[in-house]
Every structure is written in C-alpha cells, then in structure tokens.
Design a protein around this ligand. Structure first.
Ligand code: BDP
Length: 701
C-alpha cells in the first residue's frame, strides 16, 4: 500500500461478525441523486460500502422492509417529510436512526446537496472507525465559513516549501486531461469539509490571470464544484501593469480599478462560482498598494469592490515585515494592520499566521487575534513542514493548531480564545475562515511522509470545528488510514501526540525560534548572521552572548508584549508566571538563571535538546514493534524515515548545544553522549538542491 488512498482506504472489515451487523442494517437504499454533488455522494457511499463490506445496498424508491438507509436533502426526500434542526445551517447534516413508516431506518439528510455529501462522508467514517450504527443521532455543522487550502504551487510546477514532489496541477495537460488526482484531491478535501482551494503560490505570477490559464483553471473548478469546493487564485498586485500594460497598479487609479473589474468579470464568465483572491502585498519584495503610496485597506477594498457583485471575497495577508523599520519584526504586522480595524469592506478577510514570526515549531499566538474586533480575521496555519523537518520528520501538527486555537486573548475578558474569535463569536457580522498551507504534491502518498497526511486531515477537521481534540482526530485518522487494531492505534496515537513537542525540543526549545539554515530552512543554523537582511539572521532572534540568551520583548526590550491584552501581557512578562515554553521568546536571561526545575537555564536547554533527540529514538523503538500490524510498504517506509529523523534530530541537538556552549562556556552533563563532530563540522555542512525553493529567485529569507 503506497498510501495514495489517504484516509479513504475503505479496507475490507476483517471482523466478520462486525461486518455482518453493519450489512444487516444497510440492505436497502433510498438515495435520489439528481445533481452532480448528490451523484458524487452516492458514488462515494457505494465505493465505501463495496470496499469495507463488499456490498451494494439494493436501490429502492420506497420503504419496503426495515434496514433501509435513506439519503437526500430535505427537498429531494420531500415525500418522507423529513425535518432537520435549524442548527445544522446550510452546510451541516443530520445522521439519525429514525422510525419512518413504522420501519427503523438510517437517515442522512441536510438542507443542501453539499450537506448531504458531508453527511455521507461522516457516515462512512463511522464504519471506518467501527462505530455502532444502530442508534444514531448526529447533527453537525461547520463553525467556520471559509475552510481553505493554500497551495504555494508555481506555474512551472515547483512548490514553494513543498516536500512531496511537484505541483499536482499539470498545467501543460490542462484543460484537456483531467487527472484522477484532481478528483481524489477533491474527494479527500470534501471528506473533512474543506470547501476552498487557492491553487497557486502567494508569490504569484501575473500569468495566472491570462485567458490561457483561465481556461485551464476552469477545468479544475469544474472538478472541485462537484465536491463543494470553490476555487480561489493568488494574485499579484501589479497584474494591471504586467498583464494589462497599464503604467501603474495604484488601487485608486480609475484605469486600474476598471482593469480589475473587467478581469474579475472575465473570471466569472469562466467560473461562475469563483471564490475570490488571496493577496500577499508589500511583503518580502511583493508589490502592493504601499508601492503606490496607498494603504493595505485601499488595496484590499479596491479588489473587494470588484468581487462583491459576484459574491467573491478577498483574503488579504497580514504577513508583512520590513527590514527598513527599525523595530522587532514580531511587532510589525500588528503595527501595520491594527490602525485599519473596521476599515475593510465586508468581503475582505485578513489572513493572519498563527504566530507573529513565521510558522515556527512554537510561537505564542499572533497579537492581531483579539486586536481587530471590527475586522474579519482568518487563521493561516502551515501544513507543509517548512520549519518542522520537511517530510522526513514525523510531526503531527494538531497539537500545535490546538495550542494556538485555545490560547486566551482576553480581548473580551477571560475565555476569549483565538478559536472563538475565528468563529466570529464576538462579532456576528464578520465572515470567518481558516487556511492551511498545503503539504500536497505528486508523491505517491501525496504528502511525502505517510504521517504528513494526518496534518491535512487534522487541518480539515479543525477548520470544521476548531475545538475538536487532537487526540480524537489522530485516533480517527489512524483507523481510517492504517488499521483499527487497538494496540496499534493506542501506541501510535501517543507517538503522534508527543511528536510536535519532540521536534520543538530538538530544534527550538524554551521559546527559541528562527535558528534554522538560511533560506532553505533546512537543518540547524543558529550561527547565521550574514543573511540578506538582519531580520533573516538567526542571531537576530536568539541574541546569545556571554551574558545569556533570548529576545527581550518586555517593557525593557522591544515591548512586543504591549500588543497583547493586559492579562496576557502580565502573565508572560512576569518570570514567575511565564511558561518555560515561551521563556526565551520574551526574555533574555543569564545562562545561570534558575529554572522551575531547579536546573540552570543552560542545563535546561541541554536537557531539552537531548530529550528531543532521545524521544525520536523511543518513537522508533515503538514503531519497530508495530511490524505485522499494518502493510509492509508503509511500515518499512516509516521505519526508514524515523532513522533519518533520528540522524537529523541528533544533528540539530549537537549543532545547537555546541554553538550555544561557545557563549555559555558551561559544561554538558557527563551523562550525555558527546557530539560526534566539532561545531565547525556542522557549520560547514552543505546541502545542494534542497527541496522547496525551486523556481524562486528572490528567496533568501
Ligand atoms: C515563509 C516562507 C516563504 C513564504 C512566506 C509567506 O519562507 O517561502 O513565501 O513565508 O508566507 O514562511 O509569504
């Protein structure tokens, strides 16, 4: 098994009595399917039942015996007078054991076709995870409106920060050839409720808006639509100049406004349900409204006005920082965006990364969450493991997502979690969204590492409901992807839940951040001090010297803490209460500073680095015991990957400990194995053609 089928394996249920119980309840099916979406739902149900139970319920039009599964919208099941709770909204569904015409049936229904599709996938999940289906009553709905994957895919099919092969969009063969992958991609997304896809890189090529590409994009949109997924495009702000040959892209210029309005009308002629734009502007060299002396609000609102008549939205990114601004990089997005609170049009949503720097293994939540009560904000998580060991490290990211989502911003008092802000709980007028930077490529298993699929899956589940538990999601994913073997699921779930913390420990413990190799972001690089910009240097972030280590972001330092609500500020400012996890993010402390554990800061740092690398070894030992429980292909693949991960984790540990030791001048405890090489060896390690940076010539950060 190469893992192509993702979590939709639909493997035969080997436990015969259990299979028989399911089959017995699914003898007949009433499933009127007229629309493409309902047809897709029906095909999926049949595929799932054939795979798991080798059966195909008999299609009927009316209830004759019991054991009938009835599926459809309230409209298509009119004759049965089905009622759904209002709470499921337009995209939710109801799965219920019901007595219809005195017969016990299973009912899957919704107000809309896409709701039925979600209901079917969730019904299949019950079987995939071996839940009883004789007493069902599940009403569910998404808590977030826009649940989108952002592909950083270039037109030449390289993928920025992609570690799983090339872009799955085969531009040369589109529109004529519809690769089966497009369909399976859409199925997988729909199965977890993802309803949008931004198909191209935020560092966008203006060509994407040319008629030649629009024809190709239309073909993709036609596939996505069947699975309830809207297509979005990343656009380059200067497209009117590059594509339209205008002299300017000034958002207040009439010709520019007309150019965009015409272009948007044109797009909607190709794709009537086009979703809208994602824009990276005035960030890392990209053009934007500031290039023309205008503001982010001017730029976003101009596009929003043109999209509004078609019900499109603008996702405008807040990932901005400028090395000409002599201030802490972590403060800049807040400083630039907060003044515009309430100034964006209703169909603009500001896309904010989970933390204030850039998808590090651990960051505190972004201070913009909670700071813009009158502005729609959406979360941007990164699924692709740019800073998490690429696709050779097993890192289950759901705990990272949950950590941010459950952080309390205190913006409207205690309990103002990021999750509630994203759900629009404090301002019902705002649109809501969550984006994940995709980790998908042409690798047979889509994501490079068999376990990286879990991050795609978990993202979808959390975008649907940000308060779901990482543990429950991991359990479902393991069962759906590998096996229901209880021993396997419980052991490997523990491994998954611990995996992100392991990586924090061997890369950036105690609040360290951005100390990886320059530009490639591969491997350790705490010594980097000569990147293109000061704020791309590792030394800018860790500030290690003979006196100590850490970034002082308190009132005596950059005062980034002042961007958080007061209770948060006080909590992190006070060394008595600041959690170890964020210590060096907010404080510069001496090497001998006494930690809660009683160890010195230096000893604590060493302890974490060694614990991180050791936990990878432990993970490998657990995996070895799983032999025979799953297919041999994926077992072997993961086993090899864990060995690579151990080597790389050890390199991280040794390089960082040696590097920081040069400042602390303190010994490493006798019990710890000695690094294999001197510091100079790690500094000189060279890596050629590192994946994830092809096709971009600006990339030096
Ligand atoms: C950083 C990446 C860079 C992206 C940028 C972004 O290193 O490749 O273009 O973020 O999000 O994480 O725009």
């Amino acid at each position: 098994d190469e893992g192509y089928k993702l979590w939709l394996e639909y493997n035969k249920i080997a436990d015969r009595p259990a299979a028989a119980v399911y089959k017995q309840q699914l003898k007949y099916m009433i499933f009127p399917a007229e629309s493409d979406q309902l047809k897709a739902a029906k095909a999926e149900l049949i595929k799932g039942l054939e795979g798991m139970l080798s059966m195909h319920p008999a299609d009927t039009k009316s209830i004759t015996g019991g054991q009938t599964i009835i599926i459809g919208t309230t409209q298509s099941l009119k004759g049965l007078a089905v009622i759904v709770p209002d709470s499921i909204g337009n995209q939710g569904y109801l799965i219920k054991t019901a007595l219809i015409n005195q017969k016990k049936c299973i009912l899957i229904t919704a107000k809309t076709d896409v709701g039925v599709l979600y209901g079917v996938f969730n019904f299949l999940k019950l079987l995939q995870t071996r839940q009883p289906i004789n007493k069902l009553n599940i009403a569910d709905r998404p808590r977030i409106m826009y649940r989108v994957l952002d592909h950083w895919d270039n037109l030449n099919r390289t993928v920025e920060r992609g570690y799983a092969g090339s872009s799955i969009w085969n531009w040369h063969r589109l529109p004529g050839i519809i690769d089966q992958r497009y369909i399976d991609y859409a199925r997988a997304n729909a199965s977890v409720g993802i309803n949008g896809s931004v198909i191209n890189n935020v560092n966008a090529d203006a060509l994407i808006l040319s008629p030649q590409y629009l024809t190709k994009i239309q073909a993709l949109a036609n596939v996505f639509r069947v699975y309830g997924i809207k297509l979005y495009l990343s656009v380059k702000f200067s497209s009117p100049v590059e594509l339209g040959h205008l002299k300017t892209a000034d958002p207040l210029n009439d010709d520019v406004r007309k150019w965009w309005a015409d272009k948007i009308d044109e797009i909607y002629r190709y794709i009537p349900d086009f979703g809208g734009f994602l824009v990276k502007a005035n960030s890392e060299g990209q053009p934007g409204p500031q290039t023309y002396g205008r503001t982010h609000a001017d730029g976003a609102n101009m596009l929003a006005d043109a999209l509004a008549p078609h019900h499109g939205i603008v996702m405008w990114r807040a990932f901005v920082y400028d090395n000409n601004v002599p201030d802490d990089r972590s403060k800049q997005a807040y400083n630039e965006f907060k003044p515009f609170d309430g100034k964006f049009k209703d169909n603009v949503i500001i896309q904010v990364k989970n933390g204030p720097i850039d998808f590090q293994p651990r960051e505190p939540f972004h201070p913009l969450f909670g700071a813009m009560p009158n502005t729609a904000l959406m979360m941007e998580f990164q699924l692709t493991q740019e800073y998490l060991g690429f696709s050779t490290h097993l890192v289950y990211e759901a705990p990272l997502f949950a950590e941010t989502l459950q952080s309390d911003t205190y913006t409207a008092g205690k309990g103002s979690t990021v999750s509630r802000i994203l759900q629009g709980s404090f301002n019902k007028k705002l649109i809501t969204g969550m984006a994940g930077v995709a980790n998908i490529g042409t690798d047979l298993n889509w994501c490079g590492h068999p376990f990286a699929q879990a991050n795609w899956y978990a993202f979808g589940r959390m975008a649907w409901n940000p308060d779901q538990s990482s543990s429950a999601i991991a359990g479902d994913w393991l069962k759906m992807t590998f096996t229901n073997d209880a021993g396997f699921v419980s052991s490997i779930k523990k491994v998954m839940l611990q995996s992100r913390e392991n990586t924090v420990n061997y890369m950036t413990p105690l609040g360290l951040h951005h100390i990886m190799g320059v530009s490639t972001h591969y491997g350790p690089g705490p010594w980097v001090d000569n990147a293109g910009r000061p704020d791309w240097n590792a030394t800018y972030y860790h500030k290690a010297d003979s006196a100590g280590i850490g970034f002082n972001r308190t009132g005596t330092g950059s005062n980034a803490l002042s961007q958080y609500a007061q209770p948060v500020q006080l909590h992190w400012e006070n060394l008595q209460t600041c959690p170890d996890e964020y210590l060096l993010w907010f404080h510069h402390l001496s090497w001998t500073y006494k930690m809660r554990s009683g160890r010195s800061l230096w000893d604590e740092l060493v302890y974490h680095y060694y614990m991180g690398a050791d936990s990878v070894k432990q993970m490998g030992l657990i995996w070895d015991k799983m032999q025979g429980k799953i297919d041999v292909e994926r077992f072997n693949q993961v086993q090899q990957l864990m060995k690579v991960q151990l080597t790389e984790a050890t390199t991280w540990r040794d390089a960082c400990v040696l590097y920081f030791q040069a400042f602390s001048k303190m010994p490493v405890g006798a019990g710890y194995p000695k690094p294999e090489h001197p510091l100079s060896y790690y500094k000189e390690m060279k890596f050629y053609y590192v994946p994830g940076i092809g096709g971009n010539n600006y990339m030096t950060n």
